[in-house]
Design a protein around this ligand. Sequence first.
Ligand SMILES: [Zn+2]
Length: 119
Amino acid sequence: MYCPNCAQPNVDSALTCSRCGASLPTQMYASSSTPAAYEKVDNNLVWAILATLFCCLPTGIVAIVYAAQVDSKVSAGDVAGARQSARNAATWSWVSLGLGLLFILLYFGLVAFSIGLSG
Ligand SMILES: [Zn+2]
């Protein structure tokens, strides 16, 4: 890194020129990397709430708990943990959906069975 003021060669990590003391241009790598905290992680909260309302309450609440962890982990800089929580939220949403469909099928099965008994 050469000083723009006096052309003195300086080490790349230097903030000011070792000869004239002029402040050196900001290094490229310092500004190019995006802080991890600003990374967007989909928290799957909508799916968790829908699964809770329309399918299965206990597993839907588990999904909501995981979904709620996502945003707090992102703001804490724990992107890997946030992604893991988002995956758990999605998994439990699908479990809720599957259980909900199973209960609906069982319900209609029972209705059909009782109709068959009475008829
Ligand atoms: Zn200089």
